[in-house]
Every structure is written in C-alpha cells, then in structure tokens.
Design a protein around this ligand. Structure first.
Ligand code: PMV
Length: 316
C-alpha cells in the first residue's frame, strides 16, 4: 500500500498458496486429488489509478514493472490481456496493479497460480466486474497451460476457490467439507524442482510400463477416496496411514528423493501421524499431519533434518 493517504487502492484481492494432500501425478491420469489452501502465505494485488492510459503491473518482489500493452509475452501481460478480452474491454483506463507475494516460488505451493488469481480478481473489480471463482480459475488455467506444460488444473482451482477441493481433471470440481479441522506442516527440502520435469519423467515411465503405472495410479485413487471419507466424517487421525501409503507409492513412481525421504522419516519419528511429499516431488515440499501437541516437536525435527522452511497450516 502506498503511504500517500490520498492515493488509496480502488480494488484489492488476495489469493492463498496451496498444497496437495493426495493425488499428485496420478491426477494427470484422471485420478481424483485433494488440494487445500495455505492461508499463512498469500499473493495480494492492489489496483491504483494512474493518469496515463494502459495497465502497468508492478511486480514488487521481482522488482519489475510490466507494461501490459507492450511487454506482450510476459505471463502477467497475457493474464491481463485475456481478462480484458473476456470483459470486452479494448481500451483500458490508466491503472497500476501492485502485486506482492509471500508464497515461496518453485516450491509446489501454487505461487504462480496465486499471483495470477490475485491480479485477475483485483483488476476485474477495478473494471467494475465481480468474477466468480470458476471464471477466475479458467482464466488462470489459460496462463498455467502456457508456462507449465500440461497441468491438470488443480493449482488454479484450489487457489481460485480458496477452499479444500476434490478435484478430477476436466470435471466439475466439488468443494470438500472438512468435518474436523486438521494441522499440517509443510516443509521445504530447499531443492528447487520443476513440476514439468517430474511430470515428464512419470509420463516416460508410464509409457514404458503402463500396466504397472496404472496399478500405482489406481492405488492412489483408492487413497484419495479414503482420505475424502476420513475428512468428511471427521476422523482426521485416520489420514496419517494414508499419507504413509501414498509416500510409498510416490517413491515407486519415482518422484521422491533422498531429501524428501529424510524429511518424511524425521517427521514420523518425531510423532507426526503421517507424512508424504506434496506436489511435483524431486525436491520441493513434503507435508506432515500433526496435532496441536506435536506441532513444535515435529517442526524442530524437520528443521534438524534439513528443512529450509516449515509452514504450519490449519485446514478447516
Ligand atoms: O508441484 P505442484 O504442487 O504444482 O504439483 C503439481 C501436481 C502434479 O500432479 C504433479 C501436476 C499437475 O499438473 O497436477
């Protein structure tokens, strides 16, 4: 926010980070996945008027000013221009969108989707339109597709809806009703990992051995269904063993690594009810299911095992 009291934003929006509870990778092959928002980290957008026409995105964290009418290939320009087309606006007024994010980048926490979501939703408001979550999600998905290969759409969906979701590729999404909230720790291996690389590796192995990989995906589908039932019936402790089983399957499909395995075992040894990698794998983050009583001990154990950052989130 600018310190000039006379220059207040005319619209603001925020979007959370996300993590995948179950179903990463298998979701690309049509298996249901569960993803949840992470409220402790978020992207925010504030829209200010400016005297000259055209929209400038001030990406504060990147120290970049993107002129959306001339920097046409920039993802944030594409997002802005797609929105203008969607709204039927050809000559936008003078606006500056100040974008900031506390979501770690390239860590599988949905930072790209959150930044685009905040941008689109604040800009739409500034232009006099209130878009629903489905429309925002679709607009964000167009940008995700351009920069992330063949994404399933799970990131834009959970981030735009900002609630736990039961997600099946190309199907109507179902918000997930959590009957009892649960605590999750998200720990970063510190190893940057490109989801697109991990997804391509799974694709290659799947094509080399379709029957085996289909069996892994079917087993993951079963875990997603069990986790959904456990969340909906209010028995989150039953989730723990499902995490552990999923981690074994993710190891078998080749997307875990030594750093992730070390954090997973540190968490379970320190009393987590279950732990698994989350997202693309080969680095990035893992998640641990904890209770109020074990948050601190498991956090310390994760830090001692090499986690570069531990985020606590409460899923409700
Ligand atoms: O790395 P993330 O959290 O963006 O995870 C992507 C999840 C995958 O299933 C691996 C890919 C996808 O597009 O769904």
């Amino acid at each position: 926010m600018r310190h000039d009291p006379l220059h207040q934003p005319i619209a603001t929006a925020a979007a959370p980070g996300k993590f995948i509870l179950h179903g990463e990778h298998a979701v690309v092959y049509g298996v249901p996945a569960i993803a949840c928002p992470v409220d402790g980290v978020q992207a925010t957008a504030q829209v200010f008027t400016k005297d000259t026409p055209g929209i400038v995105v001030d990406a504060v964290d990147l120290n970049a000013q993107i002129r959306t009418q001339t920097d046409l290939d920039h993802p944030l320009s594409l997002a802005t221009n797609n929105l203008l087309t969607h709204l039927g606006i050809s000559a936008p007024p003078g606006l500056t969108v100040k974008l900031q994010s506390t979501i770690p980048i390239a860590a599988g926490l949905g930072s790209g989707a959150a930044i685009t979501t905040a941008l689109i939703s604040a800009l739409a408001q500034a232009l006099g339109h209130q878009l629903d979550a489905a429309t925002i999600s679709n607009l964000v998905f167009e940008i995700e597709k351009l920069f992330h290969g063949t994404p399933s759409g799970i990131d834009n969906t959970v981030v735009a809806y900002a609630q736990p979701v039961w997600f099946i590729r190309d199907k109507e999404l179902t918000p997930l009703k959590t009957n009892i909230p649960f605590h999750i720790l998200i720990a970063d291996t510190g190893i940057a990992s490109e989801t697109v690389t991990a997804v391509a590796g799974v694709r290659q192995r799947f094509e080399a051995n379709p029957a085996q990989y289909q069996a892994y995906f079917d087993a993951i589908a079963d875990l997603s269904h069990k986790a959904k039932a456990s969340i909906e019936t209010g028995d989150p402790s039953a989730l723990g063993p499902l995490f552990n089983e999923n981690q074994r399957l993710l190891q078998q499909i080749g997307v875990s690594n030594a750093a992730l395995d070390a954090l997973v075992s540190a968490a379970t040894q320190a009393g987590a009810l279950g732990a698994k990698l989350s997202g693309g794998g080969l680095g990035g983050n893992m998640i641990a299911l904890v209770t109020q009583d074990t948050i601190d001990t498991v956090t310390t154990a994760l830090q001692q095992a090499g986690a570069t950052r531990v985020i606590h989130t409460y899923v409700q």
